[in-house]
Design a protein around this ligand. Structure first.
Ligand SMILES: Nc1nc2c(ncn2[C@@H]2O[C@H](COP(=O)(O)OP(=O)(O)OP(=O)(O)O)[C@@H](O)[C@H]2O)c(=O)[nH]1
Length: 799
């Protein structure tokens, strides 16, 4: 048996030494409250009502309130956020304990929407189950767009909520409020997953029992890590031929490097899949009723799985011993943890991101979805258990912890915008305080005051009006103009929250309405799509007079062209998809450029001196001025910076954006009457062109992390296909009957790959492609691109 290494044992997850500024300030106020009568005048108005509540509780002889106030006075640092929540405000703690904000994320077609449909049915949110691409032509609740129902894929994430009733240890029903977001699986809609995970407290990672960890599971795993989202796993499709949950669990451990162990074992598999054995309580669970709505629990574990259950329970304890010191101690003493100890350890380890418990079932066959829901409330954190930070703009952007108290000042994050029939719908996660209908909130980005006219809870495309939403919850509001990622506060706090990661678009195409009369609707649609989706960009190329749309992949752009047709009745003509190339400088070049024009009247005069060089990383460009002696005034330097930024927007080589280039201006000259902002802007642009051309610049192309999976018999053909497209193969894994290739490919080389792959693998192969980084394009490609651009420029000049 494996002995857990003590060195690897982590500290207890519950820290009692957290000392964020927010807490210490509150605790200092607490100290005042505990040593003397409460003096609200000395306390920021935002906290007065909260202090009053605490004081009232003490006056009402609450032993906890007194004890905590005294402890806070003696040692403010000794109380953690958890202690504040648990001890100071039992009412808030009890409310938050019953809230879960979760997302469902997974590889394409793993069954996210099908699982969500069951969740909604079993929690009573919907009256009947409808299948994705089902024969009843209704479609799953969460795929509400026509396009989603037709294609059987999720394009937009959809939010909903439900109540899950679970019996506690004493057999008393406890109602949990679950806010749930179903996210798309396709990589082109990855922003939907990003923004959902940004605001969720936990996630259910779904895997297919046959395919296990797939390419998109790896992406989703990375996204969950980026936002520190704890997860439980659900191995779905246990009814499929070849289902093997333990293969999936091994892969979570090895491929995702996330300690994972089954908390259930299946009773039968494939078409004999009957139910599961709960390894924590050692009980067999079966679904009964026409749609599996009743869970029947028995102590009689079928003989055929008794041994497996014992084995897997031992592995569960062993895996936990590696990540939890309480279980480690029991394990080292060769003891047997109790049910409570096991449950608490799984919760601790999951919440602290060290472990994922694995559930299993078949959503389509209506089996074992409810125990997974029990897992959501048992093992995923409530809003109070997740550390959410904001930056306090009034105190030099110091980091402050947000506390999900209803009575604190309001802080919320707008994480998603959607156009609806009633105007813009803004999804908000309330991190602190209460959002009330009719109240005013302030946008931290521009300090604009906005009134909140309507608040709704979303149920896919339906909504339920509410008058207020408490801390830790998710809602949507109407009539609040803002951008995706804006923070709202009640105006008293200068807090702002970090936004989500937005990947850069890698593909673009020209687009125009087929009929001139549709121009107005076309612009309306473009504006809307851009507001809703930060990975969808629209630019206007003034030279070619074309509108260019850019996005994450061919499918992403196709969907918008199709939505334009369906939702706005605008038929469009599109050009060939183009790769989003970049340009970069090759080496340092000094410049001394003089712009001087004398054409009668006032002339133009600007002289700029300095150098341009690579920034070192192929990232943002940098402009710097190091003028001493005032040879160029501030106003003109600002114009120089503008000129630099404009030059970076349209590189000299092929007209694509410039990356990784820095410009320093350290001297120059100004003319008394002939210098102007325009002259300095133009001079900088000219200097830029000249220096860039002399620096041995290059064209960069996006490199894509590509993962291809197909049945083993096609391995040779698929590798040959990738080689033909110039891919660098990094790794190959061979499974029982399928293989996976990991490769880096240039996006340029991958156009039309999906149809090639389909043809080569009889439609059985699949692949995902995700932007990795920019790299120099091969010399031949660079040459061709430059020649093409120059020819187009020359043709344009002739006209
Ligand atoms: N055999 C079997 N098929 C399932 C199960 N769950 C889902 N499916 C099928 O798998 C297909 C994909 O299911 P979805 O629920 O749309 O999967 P998804 O992960 O939401 O798909 P995307 O959002 O497009 O990534 C559908 O045809 C489902 O009927 C299951 O438990 N067993």
């Amino acid at each position: 048996m494996r002995t857990p290494s003590l060195a690897r044992l982590p500290y207890r997850a519950v820290s009692l030494t957290s000392t964020s500024r927010f807490q210490s300030q509150n605790l200092l106020r607490l100290r005042c409250a505990s040593t003397a009568a409460l003096r609200p005048s000395g306390v920021a108005p935002a906290y007065q009502s909260l202090l009053r509540q605490w004081e009232q509780r003490r006056n009402a002889a609450s032993a906890t309130a007194s004890a905590v106030l005294e402890a806070a006075a003696a040692s403010p640092e000794s109380l953690s956020q958890a202690a504040i929540i648990d001890n100071l405000d039992p009412v808030e703690a009890a409310r938050l304990d019953k809230v879960r904000n979760i997302g469902i994320a997974a590889h394409i077609d793993s069954g996210k929407t099908t699982v969500t449909e069951r969740v909604l049915f079993y929690t009573g949110r919907i009256k009947a189950i409808h299948e994705v691409r089902g024969r009843d032509a209704v479609g799953a609740k969460m795929d509400s767009m026509d396009l989603e129902r037709e294609k059987g894929i999720t394009i937009q994430s959809a939010a909903t909520f439900c109540d899950w009733v679970k019996k506690d240890k004493e057999g008393v029903d406890q109602k949990y409020h679950v806010n749930l977001i179903d996210t798309p699986g396709h990589i082109d809609f990855t922003i939907e997953v990003e923004r959902a995970l940004r605001v969720l407290d936990g996630a259910v990672m779904i895997l297919c029992a046959v395919s296990g960890v797939q390419s998109q599971t790896i992406t989703v795993d990375r996204q969950m890590r980026r936002y520190n989202v704890p997860r439980i796993s659900f191995v779905n499709k246990m009814d499929r031929m070849g289902a093997n949950p333990f293969k999936a669990i091994d892969q979570i451990n090895t491929k995702l490097k996330m300690p994972a162990a089954a908390v259930q074992v299946p009773i039968g598999a494939e078409d004999e899949f009957e139910g599961v054995v709960d390894l924590i309580r050692m009980k067999a669970l079966y679904n009964k009723g026409p749609s599996g709505e009743d869970i029947v629990e028995t102590d009689e574990i079928p003989d055929k799985v008794k041994e497996l259950a014992q084995q897997r329970r031992a592995i569960l304890i062993e895996t936990l011993a590696d990540v939890d010191d309480e279980i480690a101690e029991i394990f080292l003493d060769e003891g047997e943890p109790t049910e409570d100890q096991l449950r608490a350890a799984i919760r601790r380890a999951t919440v602290s991101l060290k472990f994922t418990p694995v559930f299993m079932g078949s959503a389509l066959a209506n089996k074992s979805v409810q125990p997974m829901l029990d897992g959501v409330v048992d093992f995923l954190p409530n809003p109070a258990e997740v550390e959410n930070l904001a930056l306090d703009q009034k105190r030099n952007e110091a980091s402050v912890k947000l506390v999900s108290y209803n009575s604190l000042p309001f802080v919320g994050l707008a994480f998603k915008l959607e156009e609806s029939n009633f105007g813009q719908l803004t999804y908000i996660r309330v991190y602190q305080g209460t959002l009330r209908k009719g109240s005013n909130v302030f946008n931290a980005r521009n300090n604009k005051k906005v009134k909140v006219p309507r608040i709704v809870r979303m149920h896919s495309n339906e909504m339920e009006e509410v008058s207020e939403i408490g801390a830790g919850e998710i809602c949507a509001v109407f009539g609040v103009e803002c951008a995706s990622g804006d923070t709202f506060t009640d105006g008293q706090l200068g807090y702002s929250m970090s936004s989500m990661f937005v990947p850069e678009p890698v593909i673009s195409l020209s687009i125009k309405p087929k009929q001139a009369k549709d121009a107005a609707n076309f612009s309306k649609a473009m504006a809307r799509f851009q507001r809703e989706d930060p990975t969808f960009r629209v630019t206007h190329d003034s030279e070619s007079e074309q509108t260019i749309i850019s996005g994450m992949g061919e499918l992403h752009l196709d969907i918008y062209v199709e939505r334009m047709r369906r939702e706005y009745r605008v038929h469009c003509e599109t050009g060939q998809p183009q790769v989003a190339y970049r340009e970069t400088i090759g080496k340092r070049v000094d410049f001394d450029h003089l712009l001087k024009k004398q054409t009668g009247g006032a002339g133009d005069y600007a002289r700029v001196m300095g150098w341009m060089e690579p920034t070192g990383a192929l990232e943002d460009n940098k402009f710097e001025q190091q003028i001493v002696g005032g040879s160029i005034s501030e106003k003109f330097l600002y114009a120089c910076e503008k000129g630099f930024n404009l030059s970076c927007e349209k590189g000299p080589l092929i007209g694509h954006k410039v990356l990784g280039t820095s410009m320093v201006i350290n001297d120059g000259a100004t003319h008394m009457t002939d210098s102007s902002e325009m002259a300095f802007k133009n001079a900088t642009q000219q200097a830029f062109r000249k220096a860039f051309a002399e620096s041995n610049p290059s064209v960069l192309e996006p490199l894509m992390k590509t993962v291809v999976t197909a049945p083993s018999e096609f391995q040779g053909d698929v590798i040959a296909l990738l080689n033909k497209r110039g891919a660098t193969i990094n790794d190959t894994e061979t499974g029982v009957d399928e293989f996976t290739v990991y490769a880096d490919c240039s996006l340029n080389g991958m156009f039309g790959f999906s149809s090639n792959l389909r043809a080569t693998t009889q439609g059985k192969g699949e692949y995902t492609m995700e932007f990795s980084h920019y790299e120099k394009a091969p010399p031949q490609v660079q040459k061709e691109l430059i020649a093409k651009y120059q020819k187009a420029q020359a043709d344009r000049n002739k006209k």
